[in-house]
Design a protein around this ligand. Sequence first.
Ligand code: FAD
Length: 320
Amino acid sequence: MNVLVKGAGVAGLSVAHELMSRGARVTVLDPQPASPAAASWFAGGMLAPYCERESAEQVVLELGLGAADWWEAALPGSVTCNGTLVLAPIRDVRELERFGSRTSGFEWADDDAITTLEPDLAGRFRKGLFFEGEAHLDPRRVLIRLAAKLAEAGVVFETDPVRTATAGFDWTVQCTGYSRDDQTIRGVRGEMLVLRTADISLSRPVRLVHPRFPIYVVPRADHTFMVGATMLESDSVGPITVRSMMELLNAAYSLHPAFGEAEIVETGVGIRPAYPDNLPRVVREGNTISINGLYRHGFLLAPAMAMLVADMVSNERRAH
Ligand SMILES: Cc1cc2nc3c(=O)[nH]c(=O)nc-3n(C[C@H](O)[C@H](O)[C@H](O)COP(=O)(O)OP(=O)(O)OC[C@H]3O[C@@H](n4cnc5c(N)ncnc54)[C@H](O)[C@@H]3O)c2cc1C
């Protein structure tokens, strides 16, 4: 079976991996694979089904529960399973209680527990929520590694649509993310920063609950930290605004003043693809299947979406 996957963001590469693992011949078409053209490039990489439930539907939690295992099986060593810590400044502790009331899978952490989990935050927060069953990965490393693994396994990568137009595929899987040409989907702008400092280390994503903007800091290799992210109803890819930059930096600084001396090594903007209900969709029309609307959960939901599509394709093959 010959399958064309359009789009090499997290959705496209995940579905290519799932199809390839089940014996399909796969071609991935993307004019700009593994690049800032994809929202996936800017993601935090949090695999946080319980925390996301604070603002997402139950189905997001259910679909996301197997994500960390799927990623680790696909790319051994890519997933860090240290949980998520959610904190609030003392004046916003009620926000933490509200966050807890909308989620599950956590334990309350006091000052001592926070210190045990993140020694560099000792004495800075009195209360937090610890979601032990969550994980994170580095999205860029994962995208690059996954593309390399697929290429090694024989998946063909194409950048020119002309070369795939007449190739006669049995299936096309459309994973093209946000597009202005698609009126059913909207773009949700997410601005992020990458900071570098050797003066603080964290072992897990730390979310800072705040009445206006929930912000998180995700540790990465080489003393870098991804700080994200805004959620703006806009598909503008223009540079980060002063307000957003100030809010993200303020949050990092309030997490730990050592971030005040950090270098800003990158600012970035990604456009999350979202349907009006913010839920993902797999839609089939004939032999074309589309996966879209992964919104703020692409790395969390792509494995489940990929398995769904691979099941659709395999079941059809068995039926014939
Ligand atoms: C700042 C930020 C932080 C985020 N943090 C997280 C997080 O911590 N955890 C999480 O799970 N999710 C997170 N997300 C969400 C996640 O990044 C998205 O849900 C995900 O990237 C969507 O993936 P996608 O593959 O559908 O689209 P994209 O990543 O946008 O990929 C689409 C690809 O399709 C290609 N393409 C477009 N048109 C065509 C065409 N006609 N033919 C072929 N190829 C085409 C593009 O070049 C692109 O490579 C975050 C997003 C942002 C912006």
